[in-house]
Design a protein around this ligand. Structure first.
Ligand SMILES: *[C@@H]1O[C@H](CO)[C@@H](O)[C@H](O)[C@H]1NC(C)=O
Ligand SMILES: *[C@@H]1O[C@H](CO)[C@@H](O)[C@H](O)[C@H]1NC(C)=O
Ligand SMILES: *[C@@H]1O[C@H](CO)[C@@H](O)[C@H](O)[C@H]1NC(C)=O
Length: 387
């Protein structure tokens, strides 16, 4: 036994000595130093890439999602539809969400009778005095406050046959520099409106060719091609009632009157949990007809649901300064207040943001009181060029 131990310890010592010998004979040449330096840099490289990705990209997003799970659901407080672009709309209790937007929303617009360019409140504040409603016979009834001679009644859901018989299809109608097709109503129908607009105008209805979405909702970003009728950019705008309340606290502190949410022209207003948390929503789902199934042991059931991609923040112009009842444009508010603290989008820093622009993935019923569930959040909402 002892012999074996001695042998092992001898072997051990001798091998250790030979290692020491070898180290003693190593010279630190210049080439050797370079090799060490390069190996060190090669080790550093993956670390640098990792850090860069963490700071700029998807990894940070994934980690933040892990740390901040989506907030709890909130209820739909209002549904708002504006049949004619820039004209007064109305609220509904229940309607249908289409891929192009809420049923009837921005299906029509007024254009200049000479060049067929679109007209908005930006051109003429008085457009907010044009009222719209839907009659029991499914007609769009248009009237102007204080101007009884102006108005018309047309089918709210005209058939292709009706449009072919009563309007003219024109593919040179211009909205935001984009040429689109539209059915043009007869000159006589809107003749009396020249007094309001200060020039001849025409009413148009979106034609059959889809108006494809651009910018943040372009196919390469959204992952599919969607289209809309005559909103500025996207089919649906969702906003949060908690945010308008927060803005109004700021306005009241300056002795200014509060701004009704209608002036921001949202389609869906949710009750909300906290102000501005909608800024980071990425995917939401409206659960329609949620109830507790008593016979099924009290579990939650829903009749249907609509999943919606939140594609961008809504960057604002000065339209919310226009009083919807009087068409008087306030010189400063709420624009000035919003400019102080809502220039939050790095892609469009010269404009304040309010509300979120969205693209439904599917169609279905939506109603006041439905639950809006936030499925995913993001910090990558900045405006892209091409909007
Ligand atoms: C109306 O205003 C829009 C947006 O500012 C503008 O692009 C358009 O050219 C104007 N149209 C007319 C006819 O002035
Ligand atoms: C044109 O409009 C009138 C009035 O709404 C309607 O009676 C008529 O049927 C329409 N024409 C066609 C071809 O649908
Ligand atoms: C309620 O639960 C029962 C039993 O699970 C089921 O048969 C029924 O379809 C449910 N009703 C609804 C509205 O989901």
């Amino acid at each position: 036994m002892d012999q074996v131990n001695t042998l092992i310890s001898k072997l051990y010592v001798s091998s250790w000595e030979s290692v020491q010998d070898r180290y003693d004979s190593i010279e630190f040449t210049r080439t050797g130093l370079y090799i060490y330096l390069i190996s060190f840099l090669l080790l550093l490289l993956p670390l640098t890439i990792f850090t860069l990705e963490y700071l700029t990209g998807s990894l940070r997003q994934k980690l933040s999602l892990y740390r901040n799970p989506p907030p709890p659901p909130t209820k739909i407080k209002e549904l708002r539809v504006y049949p004619i672009k820039s004209c007064r709309g109305f609220t509904v209790q229940k309607t249908r969400m289409l891929r192009t937007g809420l049923d009837l929303d921005r299906n029509w617009m007024f254009v200049d009778a000479v060049d067929y360019k679109f007209l908005t409140i930006r051109n003429l504040s008085e457009m907010t005095l044009i009222d719209t409603r839907i009659s029991e016979k499914d007609e769009l009834v248009v009237s102007v406050r204080g101007k009884e001679e102006m108005g018309f009644v047309i089918p709210a859901h005209p058939s292709r046959k009706w449009l072919e018989g009563n309007t003219t299809l024109n593919d040179g109608v211009v909205i935001w520099g984009q040429k689109v097709d539209a059915w043009v109503y007869p000159e006589g129908m809107t003749k009396s409106f020249a007094e309001l607009f200060g020039k001849e105008v025409r009413l148009v209805y979106k034609g059959p060719t889809p108006r494809a979405l651009v910018g943040n909702a372009a196919p390469e970003r959204l992952g599919r091609t969607e289209s809309t009728k005559f909103p500025d950019l996207m089919p649906v705008q969702i906003s949060n009632f908690k945010s308008i309340e927060e803005l109004n606290i700021r306005l009241e502190a300056q002795n200014e009157s509060p701004t009704p949410i209608e002036r921001f022209r949202p389609n869906i207003v949710v009750e909300g949990l906290t102000p501005w948390y909608e800024d980071s929503w990425k995917t939401v789902r409206i659960n329609h007809g949620v109830s507790r199934n008593k016979s099924g042991g009290g579990e939650l059931t829903r009749e249907s649901s609509v999943t919606i991609d939140v594609a961008a923040r809504c960057a604002r112009c000065q339209v919310p300064n226009v009083d919807c009842d009087t068409a008087v444009k306030h010189k400063k508010q709420p624009w000035d207040t919003l400019m102080k603290y809502r220039r939050i989008d790095k892609g469009i820093t010269f404009k304040p943001c309010f509300g979120m622009l969205c693209c439904p993935r599917e169609e279905g019923d939506v109603a006041v009181g439905d639950w809006l569930e936030i499925l995913e959040v993001t910090d990558q909402h900045d405006y892209m060029k091409g909007m």
